[in-house]
Ligand binder design. Structure first.
Ligand code: PLP
Length: 399
């Protein structure tokens, strides 16, 4: 008998966080490492966000805030999301959380066991952000993977999703722009999903839009969202936050847009957890929403240029091919032509060349033969990383 809740053993370690630890150990031992493993911007948060947070720390308030966030922040998020999706979003539907990942955790917890005796299934993308599968499994629901359309840059494939929905399905997780593939979603795919979901009214959708501001479409426009569909307002949870758009990964703050019917169950869960989010961080997030968005655009432009550098560089290497990501800051390179599997490739790349990347299989079985490389690193680091990969490929071919 394990001495703890056996459901915890269904949570798998997250490769990106493990690699971060490994990199820290190697650096502490004096090795120079280029870390293309972790998914976080290499910029500072915008100055006005830091100023607002410092002012909040100095001047207060210092007490607990309302469970789902300070009123001003919930209102500001609601206005921002209403403007983005063209639907009226009430502030009462906004829940501020300590890191947007918690919207995932809470969504799976709130909907756990809702399938009753027949069982509960939850759908997630493979390749996908590893916590999706773990959070589903921990909740007691059966994780059901759906594939992405690899022939089309790993975009969301509505038919593949709809084919996997059953009477037991309670949650469908979507992610665009996606981690790890940089895939997107088209209006046609969302229309097809919205139509298909009419047949399955018991399904709630969790739309992970954490990379929404980092979309590299020609006009810089964000990808379409299911939150734009009036008929789905009571069926969609949107995962959002400032970790990626405002370089605030360590601040641990994000927010979700929830269907009204799930807000009360959510509030109860938060009550036995974090009670409320760090108050100063909430004022910082308020500044992020209300202040100038130019720093976000500058960061996006920098990532766009690096994306080209990295993807072109990868495609120039023998045995490597990489689709151009539509958003986020990851290249998901196909290394099947290299002669190495992705675990060996990543391990040797780190040990021999000092370049950290994440094996694709950490993101699901469909990620085998791939490597995720973050381009949230400066151009000289990207060039050196490419040179390291080229040397490794040379050695593999030579040996
Ligand atoms: N969703 C995806 C797809 C991510 O890649 C990440 C972070 O890597 C998150 C959510 C979580 O972000 P946060 O730092 O706000 O918890």
């Amino acid at each position: 008998m394990p001495g703890h809740n056996p459901a915890i053993d269904r949570i798998r370690p997250e490769g990106a966080l493990q690699v971060l630890d490994q990199v820290a150990r190697l650096r502490a031992a004096g090795r120079e490492i280029i870390n293309l493993g972790i998914g976080q911007p290499d910029f500072d948060p915008p100055a006005h966000v830091i100023e607002a947070t410092v002012a909040a720390l100095r001047d207060g308030p210092h007490g607990y805030t309302p469970v789902l966030g300070i009123g001003e922040l919930r209102e500001a998020c609601a206005q921002m999301m209403s403007a983005r999706c063209g639907q009226p979003i009430a502030a009462a539907r906004i829940a501020v959380v300590p890191g947007s990942k918690l919207t995932l955790t809470f969504a799976t917890q709130v909907l756990a066991n809702s399938g009753g005796a027949a069982g509960t299934e939850m759908l997630y993308p493979d390749p996908g952000f590893p916590p999706y599968r773990s959070a589903i499994a921990y909740s007691g629901a059966a994780p059901v993977a759906y594939p992405l359309n690899a022939d089309d840059g790993f975009d969301i494939d509505a038919a593949a999703i709809l084919a996997r929905i059953t009477p037991r399905t309670r949650l469908l997780i979507l992610n665009a722009p996606s981690n790890p593939c940089g895939g997107g979603v088209t209006r046609a795919a969302l229309d097809q999903l919205a139509t298909g979901l009419r047949q399955w009214p018991q399904v709630t959708v969790l739309s992970d839009e954490i990379y929404a501001d980092l979309s590299y479409s020609q006009d810089g426009a964000q990808l379409p969202s299911l939150l734009e569909y009036a008929e789905l307002q009571e069926r969609v949870i949107v995962l959002q936050g400032w970790s990626k758009s405002h370089a605030m990964t360590g601040w641990r703050i994000g927010f979700g847009v929830w269907p009204e019917r799930l807000i009360e169950p959510l509030r109860r869960l938060v009550m036995i957890g974090h009670s409320c989010v760090n108050v100063a961080a909430q004022y910082g997030a308020l500044a992020a929403v209300q202040g100038p968005q130019q720093p976000v655009a500058q960061m996006r432009d920098a990532f766009r240029a690096r994306r080209e550098l990295l993807v072109d560089g990868l495609n120039a290497l023998p045995g490597v091919s990489c689709a151009l990501p539509r958003g986020a800051f990851y290249a998901f390179a196909d290394i099947r032509g290299s002669g190495l599997d992705e675990q060996t490739f990543a391990a040797r790349l780190l040990a021999e060349q000092g370049v950290a990347a994440i094996p694709g299989s950490d993101f699901g079985a469909a990620g085998e033969g791939h490597l995720r490389l973050s381009f949230a690193a400066d151009e000289s680091q990207l060039r050196r990383a490419l040179a390291g990969i080229a040397r490794l490929l040379d050695e593999v071919r030579g040996g």
